[in-house]
Write a protein that binds this ligand. Structure first.
Ligand SMILES: O=C(O)CCC(=O)C(=O)O
Ligand SMILES: [Fe+2]
Length: 233
C-alpha cells in the first residue's frame, strides 16, 4: 500500500497538515533513540533524516524472508494509480503476521526505533525483476486525496519508514532520494530508516524516493511503515 503523486508535480497543495503534533513528537523520540545507538549510522541529517544499520538481518534470515516474499508476491498497487499504470511495477505482498519469524523481525524493528508496535503496518515484501521499478514517490499520505479519510481513521499519517534489503542486486535497483542527491545501493541485510516528516511535524517533500529499475538479477525488500496512531480499523 502506498501513496504516490505524479513526479512532475513537485510541491502541490496537500491540504492542511494533519497529525502535525504527533509527527513532531514521534520524530523527536525516534531521532533521540537512533542517535544514541552506536549501531545506527546517520546518512542524512539536513533537509531530511535518514539512518542505516548494516547487517540488521543475518544472511539466513534474509533467505528465509525471501522465501516468504516469493510465497505472497502479487502485482503491486498504489493509490490513485490511473495516471500511470507503470508507476510501481514490482510484486508486493503482506507477509503473514501470524508467522512467529515475521513477528520477531517486526518487533526487532519496533525496538530499534522505539515505536509502539501497534502503530506499525504489517511488513510488506517486494520483489523486483529486471526492468521493474517503483517510480518517485513519498511514503506519506496526500491529505487532500480521496483515500485520506479512510487512512485518517485507521492510524493517520505515516511517520517513519523502515526498509530492509534482503539481497545484493547484480545491477541497478538502488533507492534514489532524488531531492537529497542520495542513492542507496541494495545491501543484503541492511536496514534503511527515514522520517517522512520534518522536525516541525509537516510532511517532508524531500523524502521523495524511487526504487530504480533492476538491470540484472532480482531485488527483494521488506518495508514497514509507521503511523501516528494505532494502525487498523
Ligand atoms: O525498493 C525500493 O528501493 C523502495 C521501496 C519503496 O519506496 C517503498 O516500499 O515505499
Ligand atoms: Fe517508498
Amino acid at each position: 500500500m502506498d501513496n504516490t503523486a505524479p513526479s512532475t508535480v513537485a510541491r502541490p497543495r496537500i491540504g492542511k497538515h494533519e497529525d502535525r503534533s504527533a509527527l513532531r513528537k514521534l520524530g523527536a523520540a525516534v531521532r533521540t533513540r537512533l542517535q544514541a545507538n552506536p549501531r545506527v549510522q546517520t546518512l542524512v541529517d539536513e533537509g531530511a533524516e535518514l539512518y542505516a544499520v548494516g547487517e540488521f538481518l543475518s544472511p539466513a534470515e534474509c533467505d528465509r524472508f525471501i522465501g516468504l516474499v516469493d510465497e505472497v508476491a502479487r502485482p503491486s498497487s498504489v493509490f490513485d494509480l490511473d495516471y500511470d499504470a507503470q508507476y510501481r511495477t514490482s510484486y508486493s505482498g503482506d507477509v503473514s503476521f501470524a508467522d512467529p519469524f515475521v513477528r520477531s523481525i517486526s518487533r526487532r524493528i519496533d525496538d530499534l526505533l522505539g515505536i509502539e508496535p501497534t502503530y506499525g503496518e504489517h511488513l510488506q515484501g517486494q520483489r523486483y525483476l529486471p526492468g521493474q521499478q517503483f517510480k518517485e514517490h513519498c511514503d506519506w499520505f496526500w491529505t487532500n486525496a480521496s483515500y485520506w479519510k479512510g487512512e485518517k481513521a485507521t492510524g493517520g499519517q505515516r511517520s517513519w519508514t523502515a526498509m530492509i534489503y534482503l539481497n545484493d542486486v547484480e545491477a541497478g535497483g538502488a533507492t534514489n532520494f532524488v531531492h537529497l542527491g542520495l542513492s542507496v545501493p541494495p545491501q543484503r541485510g541492511a536496514l534503511l530508516i527515514w522520517n517522512n516528516a520534518l522536525p516541525d511535524g509537516t510532511v517532508n517533500y524531500d523524502t521523495m524516493h524511487a526504487g530504480t529499475p533492476v538491470e540484472a538479477g532480482v531485488k527483494y525488500v521488506v518495508t514497514k511503515w509507521y503511523r501516528t496512531r494505532k494502525w487498523g480499523g
